[in-house]
Write a protein that binds this ligand. Structure first.
Ligand code: HEC
Length: 213
């Protein structure tokens, strides 16, 4: 064998070894993250803007697999989010992807309704098919139409009924999350928050009306 051929063979062999090793490391990492329990308490949630923005919402991964979460969030045809994924559109509502098999009905998503203030987050409600938000709407039922293709993530065009809160309002809520310190409001945010407040008041009045009659 010529020296050049020997060098080439050695280089190829080490490259192969390298890729085998990295594949093994990768599969170990994936396995580790799939087997690790996702421990969630109120410390798990903080300033929404410290998470990673995707379009108009924020994502994170409690097991450190942010790349896996981002890959799915940006998959044009949708996919299943990896264990540990956290998604938030507004400061008070969170979806967390639990360990495989935890809740087949919800695709292993656990839904959370939080109370947030300058001190941090308190978990008001958590669960799977039975969590309602502060307006009495069931998280699971609303997100169900997006189940098959988009793993329960509604966005604007994944088949869920649209909500009356638009992205100027969700953006204003993100920029005024009390857990982040001073609000970082942009022009138009005050008006968006004002409209939102008015809608919530009208909603509350209607509920009161319904309760009486
Ligand atoms: C009335 C129906 C409805 C209810 C009730 C509801 N959601 Fe949603 N949710 C939606 C829709 C529709 C979107 C997408 C809004 C958009 O971006 O235009 C959404 C967006 C989200 C998002 C951002 C990712 C996504 O799916 O687009 C999260 C996270 C979320 N909701 C969590 C919750 C949680 C947690 C609850 C219960 C505490 C809840 N939702 C209750 C309809 C609902």
């Amino acid at each position: 064998m010529t020296i050049r051929a020997t060098l080439f063979t050695t280089a190829t062999a080490s490259l192969m070894l390298l890729s085998i090793t990295s594949a093994a490391v990768l599969s170990q990492t994936v396995q580790a993250s799939e087997n690790t329990a996702v421990v969630i308490d109120q410390q798990s949630f903080s300033c929404i803007r410290d998470m990673t923005p995707v379009r108009h919402f924020y994502v994170d991964n409690l097991l450190g697999n942010l790349d896996g979460t981002l890959a799915v969030a940006n998959a044009p045809e949708g996919a299943k989010y990896p264990t540990g994924t956290v998604i938030q559109l507004v400061p008070t509502e969170v979806m967390v992807k639990r360990e495989p098999g935890t809740s087949p009905a919800t695709g292993d998503w656990e839904f959370f309704e939080l109370e947030v203030d300058e001190q941090g987050s308190t978990i008001a409600k958590r669960g799977f098919t039975d969590v309602n938000n502060r307006f009495g709407g069931n998280c699971f039922a609303c997100h169900l139409p997006a189940r098959d293709k988009w793993d329960f993530v509604c966005e604007s065009d994944h088949g869920c009924e649209p909500i009356p809160i638009d992205h100027s309002m969700t953006g204003a809520l993100q920029r005024s999350d009390p857990r982040c310190g001073e609000p970082a409001l942009e022009s138009g945010d005050s008006m968006a928050l004002f409209k939102l407040k008015a809608m919530v008041t009208i909603g509350a009045v209607m509920q009161w009306f319904k309760d009486i009659f």
